[in-house]
Design a binder for this molecule. Sequence first.
Ligand code: 0RA
Length: 665
Amino acid sequence: MFISMIFDGNKLRKFIYQSSIMPVMKKDAKVAKNPENPILDKFESQYTAGDIEVLGDIEAVRRRPGMYIGGVGIRGLHHLLWEIVDNSIDEALAGYCKNIKVVLHRDGSASVEDDGRGIPTEMHELGKSALEVVLTKLHAGGKFDRKAYRVSGGLHGVGLSVVNALSEWLEVRVWRGGKEYYQRYERGKPIEPLKTVGESDRTGTYIRFKPDEEIFEVTEFSFEIVSQRLRELAYLNRGVKLELYDERTGDRKVYYHEDGIVGFVKKLNSGKPAIHDIIYLSGKKNGTIVEVAIQFTDTEIERVLYFANNINTVEGGTHAAGFKAGLTRAINEFGRKHMKKFKPLSGADIREGLTAVVSVKVPEPQFEGQTKTKLTNSEVRTAVDSVVYSGMLEWLEEHSSEAVRIIEKCIVARKAREAARRARELVRKRRDSLTLPGKLADCSSKKPEERELFIVEGESAGGSAKQARDRRFQAILPIRGKIINVEKSGMNKAMKNGEVKAIVAAIGAGIGKDFDITRVRYRKIIIMTDADVDGAHIRTLLLTFFYRYMKPLVESGYLYIAQPPLYRIKKGKKIYYAYSDRELEDYLNRFKGKIEIQRYKGLGEMNPEQLWETTMNPENRYLIQVTLEDAKKADELFSILMGEDVEARRKFIIEHSKEVRNLDI
Ligand code: 0RA
């Protein structure tokens, strides 16, 4: 089963190359014929003694293509093309090449033609041309290495021999020294020696190759991927013309940017409100060539692209660190020097609305990271930092009105960030507030529709209420003294108040915009305060709080005011309670003879039994359901009251307290 699955065509070959069962072949090695093992049999019949020397490097690549090009999927496939294009770009960077043309052919092959110096063709060791060495030997640099800033020495730099080894066939044409040369390879092996095919006064290289279907899972080049990369290269390498022609569809693209990365930033910012002309900074430090294009926009979007030797280093690295440090330092220095009351800005504040392209060319780039797209050369950090810092500071000094606009934008960003942080803190606090407050005596019922929360003024009344309650469905939250003045404080400050926090936590449904009526933990929330001025004041404060920050609670009729009796009337052994002056009068008229009247001033004057009987027992108690109108009135009253002198406030509260008491009696 296992054998038959892999023993056919392409799959078989792929298995051989990628598995570790393949023996390392030496010249004249005897491979034991194994009738049980058709894989070895097939392998041996393909590669016999005479080929083995050539096989060395080519086979190493074909056996483990992933090690050289990352994989055999779409990325690896395009990697072949980048390898050649990068070589042409190197010619351009060396100053010898202006035009690069890529063609995606109908037969699945791709070709790259440039007008560089042409790959050297002179005879090399062992009767081979230099070109053949370049195309068959791994890392054939040495004498033909085109030193500094080789793109092809960067991430892709595996050499042309890798492309050759992984191609079903490859044809190369070189124009050089007045001649045109031609050679063809199949699966990395030359079919014939390099030959002169004509005369020519041009120079350049043409390589056409067909990725090997035995190696690649995907063999179709993508116009999109190729055109995107060529566009990027045109921006990154000012003055180089990159052409793409897709023979399969007739699509054609030409990329050329006179202004390089400045054009890149222009493109990235098209349609965005820019607040100044694009800034271009460049320099060479410690052998690193640094180029930066910067433009701030009136948006919140940060878009900074980092390239090292034309490779988009999405994982950042030392060039990114240097850029951020230099920019932050320059802007803060300018601000400190020229702006009043300037507070240093953070890098994040500065980069809000920033569009930039940072491109470095490094002689020996080192890459790390998951996708090998993080630059780690430490000398690059200081190079970029110093170019950006001094260039930017100079620009700011010369463009002071734009500089001030940039800094003002950064300050706006900082304010927004601070506001956002406060909002996040509030959310976090709200989450914290899910832990129930310690002084809450919760009820045991899990049915929200029967649960009640009494918010009780004062510790002692709270204590009585805790003893009086039916703990099955009644919860008690004692609050201490005056809760915060929400009118003055606003929500952020109100949430800092311990009493407010406890209430929000006990109710468990958030606050303000985030209040969610479906999460309320009780069906009735009952404010229970003393029948005196202070009690009235606290009640008003609570009503105001609920009206402002938990309006749906009021709208849904969840909020109530408890009505303790005003008088206790004793006739003989019987006790009656009067909840208003009118009620007292009625009793007085009804009962002739000796009666005892006690006026309650505070909840604390009742023992727990009395409190239960008169105020908390659903069978006897009076509750006032607070309407939105009531709460609104309290809110308005509250606004009026604040700032009034103390005596006026007392009077007002007494009036208001009567209003509330008279609501339903
Ligand atoms: C090795 C040495 C030289 C150029 C090249 C390779 C070269 C390679 C490719 C690949 C595509 N286009 C290319 N163009 C040039 C330097 C040759 C000299 O010194 O004249």
